[in-house]
Design a protein around this ligand. Structure first.
Ligand code: PEP
Ligand code: MN
Length: 363
């Protein structure tokens, strides 16, 4: 549930509501919307719900108390109707502009990163990616350069002005990654690593949360809820493909998840057609598809010589292919904006209502 304060509510009345919530052993989360202040009541409410709603509604300065009919609360559109817009250096994510995250799967050397960074920046990328700590299926495969790669990423930021994003794989790495990187990435394999989610919820850096390859949309949003309820409101969702029975592609890119997530939450939603398809030639059509369904941006892997890459060689674009992708995406994005309307593509996609998820599969 959340408490909507009257527009004339005083500071003392707001504190009174928060104090009442805290006295119940629950946590108040404030959201200053366009015309009202809302305070979400988060925690295990259980059987107290009806009584507590009445008690809160009777407090001075309260306009009304609304339920949140979803298991995710702070990330829900009900509580927070406006889109979340995230600013990192010069990049703006979720404002209707096209965010392009590009860079190598793994940082392999300073030269490889700089060559890629210069080229993707010149072609219009807005954020630079590069793996430092790599989650590899095989323990014998290249595991990333670790802190050395983080230093190269920070140097590449100085060189290009682009903010950098890199994956953090475990709680003990959070501080060092947050020291060097502008955005922390949680990979598909860690989407339900709750201690990691709580830890990235405590740092002052935006987090890009990749969808678990076996996760439902609801599980993904609950993972985002862990981060936001730990104190970090700046979460970007990324659809990167889920595992299905199909074997031609590395994963199956769930395009419906993009407008669905936009409908259910206020968070920006990106797509990653590189990991979704695992095939270089499929990256462009699926990137176009992602933008066409309203994604706030695209993450792609780019390498100067993909065939020599130490990880994900088959799915990385070369520099020319990235330039070609940008040239294709910009007009698609413009067209999509005019189709869906301003200020953001999602606002008109959002008019229907979505029943709660988690039901039995229907065939
Ligand atoms: C990555 O983006 O480097 C990565 C490993 O992606 P995912 O977690 O989606 O597999
Ligand atoms: Mn990769």
């Amino acid at each position: 549930m959340f408490v909507v304060m009257a527009s004339a509510a005083s500071e003392a009345e707001i504190l009174g509501v928060k104090g009442r919530i805290l006295a119940e052993g629950l946590t108040p989360f404030q959201h200053a919307g366009s015309d009202h202040l809302a305070i979400a009541v988060v925690g295990e409410i259980g059987a107290r719900r009806a009584v507590l709603m009445d008690q809160l509604a009777a407090l001075s300065g309260v306009e009304r108390v609304d339920p949140i009919n979803r298991p995710f609360k702070l990330t829900s559109r009900e509580f927070h109707p406006e889109d979340t817009v995230i600013r990192v250096l010069d990049a703006v994510i979720g404002d209707g502009s096209l965010t392009m995250i590009a860079g190598p799967c793994s940082v392999e050397s300073r030269d490889q990163l700089f060559e890629t960074a210069d080229a993707v920046k010149a072609a219009g990328a807005t954020i630079l990616r590069g793996g430092a700590f790599k989650p590899r299926t095989s323990p014998y495969a290249f595991q990333g350069l670790g802190v050395e790669a983080l230093r190269y990423l920070a140097e590449a930021r100085e060189r290009t002005g682009l903010p950098v994003i890199t994956e953090v794989m475990e709680p003990s790495q959070v501080d060092v990654v947050a020291e060097y990187a502008d955005i922390l990435q949680i990979g598909t394999r860690n989407m339900q690593n709750y201690s990691l989610l709580r830890d990235v919820g405590r740092v002052a850096r935006p987090v890009m949360l990749k969808r678990g390859y076996g996760a439902t949309v609801e599980e993904w949003l609950m993972a985002a809820e862990y981060i936001v309820s730990s104190g970090n409101p700046n979460v970007i969702l990324c659809e990167r493909g889920i595992r299905t029975f199909e074997t031609y592609t590395r994963n199956t890119m769930d395009l419906a998840a993009v407008p669905l997530a936009h409908q259910l939450t206020h968070l920006p939603v990106m797509v990653d057609p590189s990991h979704a398809t695992g095939k270089r030639w499929l990256v462009k059509p699926l990137a176009i598809g992602g933008v066409a369904v309203g994604a706030d941006g695209v993450m792609v892997e780019v390498h100067p010589r993909p065939d020599e890459a130490l990880s994900d060689a088959e799915q990385q674009l070369n520099l020319d292919q990235f330039r070609d992708l940008m040239a294709a995406l910009i007009p698609v994005h413009e067209q999509v904006r005019s189709l869906y309307g301003d200020p953001s593509p999602r606002s008109t996609v959002l008019s229907g209502s979505v029943p709660s998820g988690g039901g039995l599969a229907k065939h």
